[in-house]
Write a protein that binds this ligand. Structure first.
Ligand code: SAH
Length: 521
């Protein structure tokens, strides 16, 4: 029997266009060519039929859920941009793009009009969105922005109060997009993909705010996206100003540069011509102290707001910023954080950072989705381990055998709750302390029952318990050549103490080893 960390497979994703702002930033991100996706990494899904393939399914307006194309599944959204776009085909679908293509197949990324049209075309073809982009504001690359939404979905789904680690279409989610820009791209992408999501979107730029409002209107999403004017000195997370008690997440793509001079210097240092047309203005790209200062402000506000936001998140342009900010989080003893990378083709890489004051722990794909691309010291502790059982033809009853061992073991412990779901072969357990330690068992023998069982046996009773986990059995697939046998995944769902997870995983390993030896299996 051997233990391995939960596999974190990655998948290549098409990058999309790139702004000069982003190309310039690359020089400082020390990002060698790569090509692995951050968001969505680790999940492989079959490519579903695209709504693009069903003309009747493409809706001109997005707000009405009744006209939502059947093909808009979670798998569909997750599979977008995993390969290079077919400009010829896109040009045939959207003549406005077709007219701007060279030889009908090539897109000139240095032509601002072509880059803007590509963004509009992708938003329409892939998401049914109609978006107006002012010519004098940043043009967002769709694949990168979409990656951020995919990562947020993963982060929220893996830390929901149901602990199910599944998408719950009924879960109402409110997000705050700080600095939404003229496109309103994040709220539009979020609302299209998740019908129970709504947004508060802020900005300090009057022109961007006017354009964002027009985009909400054009897509019938005014009731789900509240657009709020702010000034540069206002709090970034205005829950009190807006009389909002709590939200589920914040997101931001902060201005990168610390000054106009830095922006101009970086542009001047560029030895290559711009990769792509840039249509941005200083308010979008410059703020005092650059992105580190912007995110530090978010951290300072979060120290007061704490659990009123489940996930504080931001995108970052420089890996050096990530190191500084993780250090600040640790200094404030914020240990529940998530880091990922968004890869755009071979040239551009972005980072994202999220942190939470709540105790629910995200999946490894959401919290460490950057695999080996980031120094281990910048990552939060892993939250899942996979234990493989050696399988052989004689083990036809291996799954019920493992279930009996695991459930028996859990029932022998003083857990405050243990729930087993036979259909998914997954159990969830919660403990108030290290109830498997020798010291606890000795005390129990001396003083009798120490742990109180959850009063109603429901998850609400254990929301504040010190340690929560799931144990799931994944039977070997005989048709999969790479399969290493039946797997048991132990997932750390809740709690601040990584040592509890580590010591519990040791208990599970020992228990399986002991029983495997004692049995004939
Ligand atoms: N979210 C968009 C735009 C990002 S550019 C996208 O990803 O494409 C950064 C945006 O932040 C700009 O629109 C700028 O006007 C806005 N901004 C700058 N400082 C801000 C602040 N203090 N509060 C809210 N928005 C701010």
């Amino acid at each position: 029997m051997k233990a391995t960390p939960l596999a974190q497979g990655t998948k290549r994703r098409y990058s999309g266009e790139q702004t000069t702002r982003e190309a310039t930033k690359d020089k400082f991100s020390a990002a060698p060519g790569g090509g692995h996706a951050g968001a969505g990494a680790g999940l492989s899904h079959a490519q579903p039929a695209s709504p693009r393939d069903h003309d009747a399914a493409v809706v001109p307006k997005s707000g009405s859920s009744s006209s939502r194309p059947a093909g808009w599944t979670e798998d569909y959204f997750r599979s977008l941009y995993s390969s290079d776009p077919d400009f010829y085909r896109l040009g045939l679908k959207d003549p406005a793009l077709g007219a701007l293509l060279k030889d009908g197949v090539h897109l000139d990324f240095t032509d601002p009009a072509a880059v803007m049209q590509l963004t509009k075309t992708l938003l329409h073809e892939d998401f049914g969105l109609r978006v107006h982009l002012p010519p004098n504001r940043l043009c967002p690359p769709v694949p990168n922005r979409h990656n951020y939404i995919l990562w947020l979905k993963d982060l929220l789904d893996s830390t929901s109060s149901s602990y199910s680690e599944q998408y719950d279409p009924q879960r109402k989610v409110t997000g705050l997009d700080i600095g939404t820009g003229a496109s309103l791209i994040y709220p539009l992408l979020g609302c299209i993909q998740r019908e129970a999501w709504s947004f508060i979107a802020t900005d300090i730029d009057a022109e961007s705010l006017a354009s964002a409002r027009a985009n909400a209107r054009a897509n019938d999403l005014e009731s789900r996206i509240r657009i709020v004017d702010r000034t540069a000195s206002d709090p970034l997370i205005p829950l009190d100003d807006l009389d909002v008690d709590a939200i589920d997440f914040t997101m931001a793509n902060p201005p990168f540069y610390a000054s106009d001079t830095e922006l101009l210097e970086l542009a001047a240092q560029k030895s290559q011509p711009p990769h792509s047309a840039c249509t941005g203005v200083p308010v979008e790209m410059v703020c005092e102290g650059g992105e580190v200062a912007f995110v530090e402000r978010m951290i300072v506000e979060s120290l007061v707001l704490r659990g009123r936001v489940q996930w504080y998140t931001t995108m970052l342009g420089k890996q050096s910023s990530l190191a500084v900010l993780v250090e600040i989080l640790r200094k404030h003893e914020i240990n529940n954080f998530a880091v990922t990378t968004f890869i755009q083709g071979s040239k551009t890489r972005r980072w994202a950072l999220g942190w939470s004051f709540l105790a629910r722990r995200p999946s490894p794909s959401a919290s460490r989705g950057c695999g080996s691309l980031i120094a281990k010291s910048l990552l939060a502790p892993t939250t899942a381990i996979t234990i493989y059982e050696p399988s052989s033809p004689a083990h036809t009853d291996l799954v019920p055998f493992l279930k009996t061992i695991l459930c028996g073991m859990m029932e022998s412990l003083d857990l405050c709750l243990w729930i087993w779901d036979e259909k998914s072969l997954r159990g969830m357990g919660f403990a108030e302390s290290n109830v498997w330690s020798r010291a606890y068992r000795r005390r129990r023998a001396r003083e009798g029952v120490l742990t109180k069982r959850a009063a109603s046996g429901s998850l609400a009773d254990v929301a504040n318990s010190a340690f929560g986990f799931s144990l799931s059995i994944h039977p070997a697939k005989t048709d999969d050549e790479l399969d290493e046998g039946t797997a048991i995944i132990l997932r750390w769902l809740q709690g601040d103490d990584a040592a509890l997870f580590e010591s519990f995983s040791g208990v599970i390993r020992r228990c399986l080893r002991k029983d495997a030896i004692q049995s004939d299996h």
